[in-house]
Design a protein around this ligand. Structure first.
Ligand SMILES: [Zn+2]
Length: 72
C-alpha cells in the first residue's frame, strides 16, 4: 500500500514540475522559430527536419552525416 501511495505522489510531483516548466518558458520562442523555418526531407529515411539542422549534398537533404554517407 505504501508503494502505491509513493507512486501516486511521484506522478503528482512529476506532473507539477512539468506544468511549472511549461509556464516558465516564454510562449514558444525557440519553437516558433523552428516551425516557421523551411522543413526539408531526408532523402535516405524520409524524416522531416528544419533546413538548418539538415546535411546537404548535391541538392539533397539528409537528417544526419550517417544517412548522407549511407546514401552514396
Ligand atoms: Zn535520415
Amino acid at each position: 500500500m505504501g508503494k502505491l501511495l509513493f507512486l501516486v505522489l511521484a506522478i503528482v510531483v512529476v506532473w507539477a514540475v512539468l506544468k511549472s516548466y511549461r509556464k516558465s518558458r516564454p510562449p514558444g520562442a525557440p519553437r516558433n522559430a523552428a516551425a516557421s523555418e523551411d522543413m526539408v526531407r531526408c532523402t535516405h529515411c524520409g524524416v522531416h527536419l528544419p533546413r538548418s539542422e539538415s546535411h546537404m549534398k548535391d541538392e539533397k537533404f539528409f537528417c544526419s552525416d550517417e544517412h548522407l554517407r549511407l546514401h552514396r
